[in-house]
Design a protein around this ligand. Structure first.
Ligand code: B12
Length: 439
């Protein structure tokens, strides 16, 4: 049997799938699913952002991933394949969070971690006994995966790093977070040996860098410490994301740097304490952010930030004040979204219960448009404040201040000039009304 696995590309504003010449941030799901497939079957992977979908394929079983508002494209692809008589499986975050809705457009939905059900699904399909739903989640503790089948995507135009995963989930339960929704505050990890095996595979494929795409590498500091010791000996550069409080851990920060970690990304969300509290993220203390950021930067690790505007206690003034925060802390490449209730999350249920939703089309839920009423501003004002914040931070003056006018510049001009170019690209996107994103 032939199986076609598709990572759809979200639509642009003209409802055409976004296309790029190169994909930097490759997902791990499809190379892993391919590795989990019994070897007697042939697997093809399509990354739609780089290539067109072969709708006339001779594959029997079509597996489609789904992420955020991109699920609209996943559904359209699913419907087209079903019209052509194929058996379609939907999986990934969005299908997991809205399985009932997803089921309307496919033959079966996989909810949660596919490692636990994929081979059973294939065997059921072969026996003509496919179930409508396969649901299973990794629980607290450890998990294991085969090495991902990167050989199936090596001919595609990828960036200079590949993904590796050590753990899934996060001990926090922030109300807006899809990860919290699926993993419910649990954190599961792979053995250090298995992670090392996967990094070695990336290295053997000729890469010098990897992206550790865990949700929070600071979830288990003992485990992280052991992992860093091993990563260090592999002589690779890497990036990841985690809880900002790692900024107070000098010993860990030193080990991170020594192990080749170059950049960490932090979901800081907001500089307004009460907004963080309303997101169930009061463990994050905005008054500590400057000190923590500085300590991470002083250890030689770049800080990248993800923030949201439109938290419950935000005002037009606090959104404007975010500009000074980003500049004062010399954040090279800041990114923002409007706080958005993603269907399936606790935040969505709360906003829906309070009758505050003003948009229904899931395509508005892409983080660039206000979709619910806010106590301190109208949805239009919020959307405008969001774009104004972006514009104010991507002036030539601000780009210069954040990237060139910093004490680290003389020591590594090449890196900060590269960030300047990324900023200029973001500036161009913002001027076109496109939210900068990392892919
Ligand atoms: C790398 C990444 C990307 C990359 C690469 C995506 C890609 N092309 O694969 C880029 C940067 C392009 C990207 C883009 C976006 N992403 Co993204 N991304 C991630 C990230 C960090 C890692 C994904 C990954 O590889 N994980 C490791 C694998 C093994 O886990 P997995 O993807 O969950 O897959 C497992 C299961 O879900 C399942 N599964 C997944 N797909 C399928 C398909 C089938 C057929 C089956 C059976 C099973 C299955 O099996 C896998 C093994 O168990 C996740 C965070 C995370 N925790 O996963 C966010 C995440 C998935 N992304 C998210 C979002 C919102 C987006 C965007 C919409 C952002 C935006 N505003 O533009 C876009 C949409 C892009 C799209 N194609 O539609 C959200 C999804 C939230 C949600 N409710 O759906 C996440 C969870 C981040 C977050 N915390 O909010 N993303």
């Amino acid at each position: 049997m032939k199986i076609l696995l598709i990572q759809p590309s979200p639509y642009d504003s003209n409802r055409k799938p976004i296309k790029k010449k190169k994909l930097y941030f490759v997902g791990l799901a499809l190379p892993l699913l391919a590795a989990l497939t019994p070897p007697e079957h042939e697997v093809e992977i399509i990354l739609e952002i780089l290539e067109d979908i072969p709708f006339d394929t001779d594959a029997e079983l079509i597996g489609i991933s789904s992420m955020g508002h991109g699920v609209v494209r996943s559904i359209d692809i699913a419907e087209e394949f079903r019209r052509r008589g194929k058996t379609v499986v939907l999986g990934g975050y969005m299908a997991s969070l809205m399985a009932g809705e997803a089921k309307k457009y496919c033959d079966t939905v996989v909810v949660g971690d596919a490692e636990l059900v994929w081979s059973e699904l294939i065997s059921d399909y072969e026996k003509g006994r496919l179930k409508p739903l396969y649901e299973n989640r990794l629980k607290r503790g450890w998990f294991t995966t085969p090495p991902p089948r990167f050989d199936l995507i090596m001919d595609k135009n990828l960036g200079d790093f590949l993904p590796v995963q050590a753990g899934r989930g996060c001990p926090h339960s922030c109300s807006f977070c899809s990860v919290a929704c699926l993993y419910e505050g649990t954190y599961v990890r792979k053995s250090v040996e298995e992670v090392v095996r996967d990094i070695r595979q990336v290295k053997e494929l000729g890469y010098r860098k990897f992206l550790l795409l865990d949700d929070n590498i600071f979830a288990d500091r003992v485990y992280l410490g052991k992992l860093l010791e091993e990563i260090r000996s592999l002589d690779m550069e890497w990036m990841s994301q985690c809880d900002i409080r790692i900024g107070s851990e000098d010993k860990l920060l030193k080990s991170l740097k020594d192990s080749g970690c170059t950049t960490l990304s932090f979901g800081l969300e907001s500089i307004t304490k009460e907004s963080l509290k309303a997101m169930d993220k009061s463990w994050a203390k905005p008054e500590d952010y400057p000190k923590l950021i500085r300590n991470i930067q002083d250890h030689g690790i770049d800080v990248s930030t993800e923030m949201v505007v439109g938290g419950e206690a935000d005002t037009l003034e606090s959104i404007r004040a975010t500009k000074a925060f980003i500049e004062d802390n010399r954040i090279s490449v800041p990114r923002f979204y409007i706080l958005t209730p993603i269907p399936g999350t606790r935040f969505f249920r709360d906003i829906e219960k309070q009758g505050r939703l003003v948009k229904e089309d899931i395509y508005s839920f892409d983080g660039t448009e206000a979709v619910y009423t806010h106590p301190n501003m109208t949805p239009d004002e919020l959307t405008r404040a969001y774009w104004d914040l972006y514009r104010s931070l991507f002036t030539f003056r601000s780009i210069f201040k954040r990237n060139i006018l910093r004490k680290e510049f003389p020591g590594n001009p090449g890196k900060y000039l590269f960030y300047t170019v990324v900023n200029l690209y973001y500036r161009h996107q913002i001027s076109q009304g496109i939210t900068p994103n990392i892919f």
